[in-house]
Design a protein around this ligand. Structure first.
Ligand SMILES: N[C@@H](CCC(=O)N[C@@H](CS)C(=O)NCC(=O)O)C(=O)O
Length: 198
């Protein structure tokens, strides 16, 4: 198998963490921007990372799907049914729900100033802050360690620190900040943390 990924992408980093947690040894293929084809040199018709090539099967796309697949290969942490499954899926979606506006914010603000659309920037900024507050309220239910949900929450918060540093999420959400600290010494966390902060 081959995983097209970059640790800068919070979506791809989730899959890289599962690769390590499950000691799957899947080859990680770095990507470079390739104009209109996106990031995977045609391997993913959607052009996005992450993408998982499984021999003899159609390419697996979309990080929640890839994470669930990787998790299923060894000692799954995501329950197959019941309320806890939906708690984990919901928390994973909340994490991705923070990464999404952070990614959009980056793309809106990296344009030349005359192409900025202030209403859209304000919408993404609001969504980032609102997602942080929703996660702060979720802390009592997050638990510790790499659950299916926590992988998405941790990677989203690091991506926010990198691409939306004006959002001081640690000050806004002190319980979430204390919770996040519990991951900072983890081997899979450290090995996939590639952000170079100014
Ligand atoms: N919903 C997708 C989002 C993936 C995504 O947007 N990846 C970005 C990198 S962070 C990407 O590949 N963008 C390239 C493009 O869309 O051209 C997932 O969870 O996998």
């Amino acid at each position: 198998m081959k995983l097209y990924c970059s640790a800068i992408s919070p979506y791809a980093r989730k899959c890289m963490i599962f690769n390590r947690l499950k000691t799957l040894g899947i080859e990680e293929v770095g990507v470079t921007a390739d104009g209109p084809r996106g990031y995977t040199q045609g391997a993913n018709p959607l052009g996005k990372i992450p993408a998982l090539l499984i021999p003899g099967q159609p390419v697996l796309v979309d990080s929640p799907v890839i994470c669930e697949y990787l998790d299923s290969l060894k000692d799954p942490v995501l329950p197959t049914s019941g309320p806890e499954r939906f708690t984990q899926l919901r928390q994973h979606a909340l994490g991705d729900g923070l990464s999404d506006p952070t990614y959009q914010y980056r793309y809106e603000t990296v344009r030349p100033k005359n192409l900025h659309w202030d209403d859209i920037i304000a919408r993404q900024d609001y969504a980032m802050r609102s997602a942080v507050m929703a996660l702060e309220a979720e802390v009592p239910r997050l638990g510790t360690g790499w659950t299916y949900g926590n992988v998405a929450v941790v990677t989203a918060l690091d991506y926010l620190s990198y691409r939306g540093p004006h959002v001081d999420w640690r000050a806004m959400a002190p319980n979430l900040a204390a919770w996040h600290k519990g991951f900072e010494t983890d081997a899979a966390y450290i090995d996939t943390y590639k952000y170079e902060m100014p």
